[in-house]
Design a binder for this molecule. Sequence first.
Ligand code: SF4
Length: 354
Amino acid sequence: MPIRTFNQYLLRWFDKYGRTDLPWQCDPTPYRVWISEIMLQQTQVNTVIPYYQRFMEKFPEVQILADALLDEVLHYWTGLGYYARARHLHLAAQQICTEHHGELPTDLNHLMRLPGIGRSTAGAILALAYGQRYPILDGNVKRVLCRYYALEGWVGEKKVAEKLWQLADKNTPTKRVADYTQAIMDLGATVCTRRPQCGLCPFSSNCVAHKNGCETAYPTPKPRKKLPVKTTVFIMLQNPLGEVLLEKRPMKGIWGGLWSFPECSTVDEIPKWCSQHLDVAPLKCDTWALLRHTFTHFHLEITPVLVRIELDQVVTLKNILWYGTQPTALGLAAPVVRLLTKLTRNQKTGELLL
Ligand code: SF4
């Protein structure tokens, strides 16, 4: 099939099977498209939908997002992961309001200067919201193109990425750009998935990987590297009211800006931590089962320890709070949510842990 018909096949398929009722497709303003594109990075549509709806209800306009506290934004992102996306979104909203009069820029370079917006996201915003002809190259599109052309090499390699951009650009039509953009993302998300359903694909007679019966060999997997394992201890300090101490993490590093438990390297260091930071001694320590959380570059093994303390007076330190039975809306790291849920459940069932 000559390249010029790639988009015709795809658009014909889209007219029949494409998704047209996603929440961000009704009234696709630049702001709505932008939020959805950021949420959809590394996250599947079905997971994104409820988060998107809650987020848009709370922050329906860019100015409202710019004026919000970062804690509020992170709270509405809690559970979606990759929290740098939320921090960048918040920063970008402030820049849009101060530097672009509250409107998303309409050209690629200005869009790409905003935090968290790369070439593919900028292309998607321009294509979907403004109908401008720009290619996109998210994970779904890469998979379709790698299979269609049986393109060898890991997509993280510069020369493979350049080739993919060339192909993405060649296949992007001059007309119906928004439909084409949605169509190629949809095809990758619903048909050309990890286990492709080639019988339903508009490219089934032309796709090289399919013709050769080796669809799942593409995209070429990333060269495997064993992830290192790091360890930490979460100190879950509980006062007599049942509140637990949380501290705000620095903006840089893992879970930047989120609230989490204080940490130390080993369980033996807990008494020293309590003495240094709160001037108290633990009454009792209870070590919970190990939790493992995997980041892109390493596994983190967490030993949670519930530590009961008595305090003569309320301790207030910068960037800490006592998280109680009426929790405040905060951005929380996923393992912290799990541990707080377990704590609350245990307290509700009256199970005494200490
Ligand atoms: S024919 Fe199969 S492998 Fe090729 S693009 Fe379609 S779904 Fe993907």
